[in-house]
Design a protein around this ligand. Structure first.
Ligand code: CA2
Length: 165
């Protein structure tokens, strides 16, 4: 059975392509989904692609990915990146590698976007590549899986920085 990557998108990302093209480009979320499916197929990975404007629903999906023993999660947590301790806790609680993705370069934007609650519990973080960041995240995940470094080991599950920021 094909391994599955959950691609989870947070609040307002349903608006992609309709507003703020200077920041987020012209592609829609459907275009992002198509890109993810094509890229995942190259690596024989299935995709569960979702978007929610609700923090609890995103957390439920992170738990679901853990229960389903997903190969990984590509997560654009949107504005919750900068606010949600609960999303961070959910990621830390599941044994699934998370790749954090942002379409824009969050470090070239408002100061409040420079801090991510997700980064310390993610395997890797990507930002500023536009929607291609999703494709790169899937490529990176596939490389991790290929070298058998998919699921977090007990020491990487507790990252060194955890609890210190
Ligand atoms: O760059 C990213 O992918 C972000 O995660 C997008 C979030 C933002 O809060 C993060 O700082 C960076 C916002 C998503 C809003 O998406 C929109 C798309 C089109 C029009 C309006 C909002």
């Amino acid at each position: 059975m094909a391994k599955t990557v959950y691609v989870l998108n947070g609040p307002n990302l349903n608006l992609l392509g309709s507003r703020e093209p200077a920041t987020y480009g012209h592609a829609s979320l459907e275009d992002v989904e198509q890109l993810c499916r094509e890229r995942a197929q190259r690596h024989q990975l299935g995709v569960e692609f979702r978007q929610s404007n609700h923090e609890g629903e995103l957390i439920d999906w992170i738990h679901e990915a853990g229960a389903q023993q997903a190969a990984g999660i590509v997560l654009n947590s949107g504005g919750y990146t900068h606010t949600s301790v609960s999303m961070r806790d959910a990621i830390a609680a599941v044994n699934v590698p998370v790749i954090e993705v942002h379409i824009s370069n969050i470090f070239a934007r408002d100061r409040f976007r420079h801090h991510s609650h997700i980064a310390p519990v993610a395997v890797a973080s990507l930002c500023g590549f536009g929607i291609e960041g999703y494709g790169l995240a899937i490529e990176g995940l596939a490389a991790l899986i290929a070298k058998g470094a998919g699921a977090k080991s007990s020491d990487t599950k507790s990252s060194g920085r955890k609890g210190k920021d």
